[in-house]
Design a protein around this ligand. Structure first.
Ligand code: NAX
Ligand code: K
Length: 501
């Protein structure tokens, strides 16, 4: 897992690396700038392109100065540097890099407080005004400059973070923030890059390694982690010779109403594709023909009108409940029945989450380590309205602990929060997957993983990753705009096979 540090921890890890590698701070800045330039050259190979580098007077600005010098070394000949002298203070590494830059032929100009802004005729701007040292929303000269640059409609490449963008914590509404086309960020994506509020400010980002001490970072035991492919490869268990369907568990999916049978079909079929040895769907009687026609591998427990079905609880190694279940009286009775009789962790989704919102007393009987899979609106219905995603994550940490459950909060980067307070960011999935029914498939996959004896934590992490990865494999190679949940479900075996190879 890639630990995601918050800004003060980034400073701590930089300082540790400087002291223990050891490496002089100016040389770490040189290494970071070199990593930036490596990526930049790949994206913008045209050396005749005119580029303006805007620098503050802190270390982000120092990076900007070093980057300008390195681009000059790489024969980019139309570079100019504009230093925003909005403060009397400057860092030693900024000063050293300014002296180094003065030895080149690059033109350097200064912008002073209250002065107008120079004419900008370069189509490409490198933003090295402020980085992770940001400690308050922009105001005054910085805000005016950022507003001005945003109004120019240029291509903007930000160093580490766009100026004015908080790397973590709440992003204030209406703050002046530079809108970057690309952010080349050091060592790790900043947590706020993974939250929807970054959308207007960051079109895309790339993290470049600058050799921060990994052992030190791991030793911090940080709560925020990004899931990487290597973690999934380690977690996935191959099937063994002499195993049989019983080895891989029996999953029950409690789902569907006559009008929402699709949710039950998608969820139960995803469960089969994700490797559950046996799958049974508890569905309304009117859906039986559809179920048999859609996928004969799924067995059924039929719900007759307003009667609770008889369920042999001990038969099932995992239960997923909620997709298309409705909120009527029978649904309430069913969920109560499941919560009361089944003591193992459940996967609780969709209408089951809505029922938990309406009937708060149900919370008392949610089995420990169950997995709740809300999207943003379901989350807010369960736990109250939130003005932003950072707050939502903090509430998630608190509620996961309070109720001893895993909360899988759906997002572009789906967030899994454990009762122990770990926050895992999933790194797969794409906008082509924004289609109704996609969540039902995820529920089926996670339930199947529970049935196959993955721990609830593993089932969440693996389930989110596999679901997103299958979607990526379907959509990304041909830039397909829309893919269907049923396609994602059917793709899961191939996605798993590749990860096991
Ligand atoms: N510390 C290190 O060893 C490294 C730092 N690096 C660079 O250094 C950056 C962080 O540098 P700094 O900590 O010097 O900080 P910045 O360069 O981000 O900001 C400079 C100073 O601006 C002031 N400031 C903060 N918010 C402001 C606001 N709203 N309006 C006006 N002034 C404000 C603060 O005093 C801050 O220290 C990173 O983003 C990265 O680009 C890299 O060179 C890698 C190594
Ligand atoms: K910046």
């Amino acid at each position: 897992m890639l630990p995601l540090l918050i800004a003060p921890q980034i400073r701590e890890a930089d300082a540790y690396t400087i002291a223990h590698e050891p490496i002089a701070s100016i040389d770490l800045m040189e290494r970071a700038s070199k990593a930036f330039v490596g990526w930049f050259i790949n994206h913008f190979p045209d050396k005749d392109q005119a580029i303006s580098v805007y620098c503050g007077t802190g270390n982000n600005g120092g990076d900007g100065l070093a980057i300008a010098r390195m681009l000059d070394d790489h024969q980019y000949k139309k570079i100019n540097v504009k230093v925003a002298r909005f403060s009397d203070k400057s860092t030693p590494d900024f000063n050293t890099n300014l002296e180094r830059l003065k030895k080149t032929s690059i033109s350097i100009s200064e912008i002073h407080p209250g002065s107008g802004f120079p004419i900008e005729d370069c189509p490409l701007i490198i933003d090295a005004l402020l980085g992770t040292g940001l400690n308050k929303p922009l105001e005054g000269d910085y805000k005016r400059l950022v507003d001005h640059l945003n109004s120019l409609d240029k291509t903007i490449v930000a160093v580490d973070v766009p100026t004015g963008f908080f790397a973590d914590g709440e992003i204030p509404h209406g703050a002046g923030i530079l809108k970057a086309d690309l952010v080349i960020t050091f060592q790790q994506p900043k947590i706020n890059f993974l939250l929807p509020e970054s959308g207007p400010y960051i079109k895309c980002w790339e993290a470049v390694n600058i050799g921060i001490d990994e052992h030190f970072v791991q030793s911090l035991h940080l709560p925020y982690l990004a899931v990487e492919e290597k973690d999934i490869r380690k977690m996935l268990k191959p099937r063994h010779r002499f195993s049989n369907k019983g080895t891989y568990g029996h999953t029950l999916i409690v789902a569907g109403q006559p009008e929402t049978m699709g949710a039950a079909l998608l969820s139960a079929s995803a469960c089969v594709y994700a490797g559950s040895g046996l799958t049974t769907a508890c569905i309304p009687q009117s859906g039986l023909t559809a179920l048999n026609a859609y996928m004969p591998e799924i067995m059924a427990i039929v719900r007759h009108d307003m009667q609770l079905p008889t369920i042999e609880w001990a038969k099932f190694s995992a239960i997923g409940i909620g997709p298309g279940l409705g909120k009527d009286e029978l649904a309430v009775e069913l969920i109560t029945d499941v919560f009361t009789n089944y003591k193992k962790p459940l996967v609780i989704d969709a209408d089951a989450l809505n029922l938990l919102t309406i009937h708060r007393e149900l919370w008392r009987s949610v089995p420990e380590n169950s997995i709740l899979t809300p999207h943003m609106k379901e989350f807010d219905r369960l736990f109250g309205d939130h003005g932003n995603w950072w707050q939502r994550i903090q509430t998630g940490i608190q509620k996961a602990r309070e109720y001893a459950v895993f909360i899988l909060l759906k997002n572009d980067y789906t967030i899994v929060i454990s009762p122990a307070g770990k926050v895992y960011f999933n790194t797969t999935s794409n906008p082509a997957m924004a289609v109704g029914g996609m969540g039902d498939v995820l529920t089926g996959i996670i339930s199947a993983l529970l049935a196959q004896h993955y721990t609830p934590e593993e089932a969440c992490i693996l389930g989110a990753y596999l679901h997103g990865k299958a979607g990526d494999e379907l959509a990304l190679p041909n830039k397909i705009n829309v893919i269907l949940p049923s396609q994602v479900a059917a793709r899961v075996p191939l996605t798993m096979a590749k990860l096991l190879a």
